[in-house]
Design a protein around this ligand. Structure first.
Ligand code: TIU
Length: 234
């Protein structure tokens, strides 16, 4: 166990007990013409965290620790997309409509894929999720129980939507949670800052926050068991 510098206090990172969850680093959120852009957002802000997220993923892989990726997407027939989600607001394109990267937020379409720089390795678990939280309507909880981890590090987009929702779900399930503050981003920088403040306030009511460099350094020399999950098992 190596306590790493974190907010609001040092995080007791245990390289034998930790897994990484990278939330929704998909083309639909990071590239023009996708879901994020259809909602009126400037996607370039999110692209900026790709290098730091890649360093974080590389650190977990080098330490032999599990890397889990999520993708927010729906079935082609939209049977798992609540009408309230699809019909809300006035986006340029709705979920299921066809854009330059295929149908918006639909599994198997180019836009739903994780950006190439962060592509999952064979054997890494990829969770397709219909909601904002990665535990809702998925088998993530079962996979984590099998991995026998007690700590989760979170990265990805967007900080206040899918990352925060998933981190809260994990916190309620008893995991020690840590957000990688330079490997997460929002379309609204103030929302990112406020989210990390909310998460870490009140004695880390949801979890701690630390930079990628500190997390990767804390994993260094880990004798963790490599426990890759075969996608086929998912
Ligand atoms: N719109 C927004 O900020 N986020 C989402 O819709 N999904 C995720 O955060 N992945």
């Amino acid at each position: 166990m190596s306590p790493i510098p974190a907010r609001p206090f040092a995080f007791p990172l245990d390289p034998s007990q930790v897994a990484l969850i990278v939330i929704d680093m998909q083309r639909d959120f990071l590239e023009p013409g996708g879901f994020g852009a259809s909602l009126g957002n400037d996607v370039s802000l999110l692209q900026a965290i790709v290098p730091a997220t890649a360093r974080l993923i590389a650190g977990f892989r080098a330490a032999g620790r599990p890397v889990i990726h999520t993708r927010e997407c729906h079935r082609a027939d939209l049977s798992d997309c609540p009408p309230a989600k699809r019909s809300r607001g006035a986006p340029g394109l709705r979920i299921g409509d066809t854009g330059p990267m295929g149908r918006i937020l639909i599994a198997g379409e180019p836009g739903a894929e994780i950006v190439s720089e962060l592509a999952p390795l064979e054997g890494e678990l990829v969770i397709d999720k219909p909601g904002k939280g990665a535990f809702y309507a998925t088998d993530l909880a079962d996979h984590l129980a099998r991995l026998d981890v007690t700590q989760l590090v979170f990265a990805g987009v967007t900080t206040e939507v899918c990352v925060q929702t998933t981190m809260r779900e994990a916190n309620d399930r008893g995991y020690e949670c840590l957000i990688a503050e330079d490997a997460t981003e929002s379309y609204f920088p103030d929302f990112k800052r406020a989210t990390i403040e909310m998460i870490t306030a009140q004695g880390a009511i949801v979890g701690c926050a630390a930079p990628v460099g500190a997390i990767v350094a804390g994993l260094g020399g880990a004798a963790g068991t490599n426990a890759p999950l075969l996608a086929a098992e998912a």
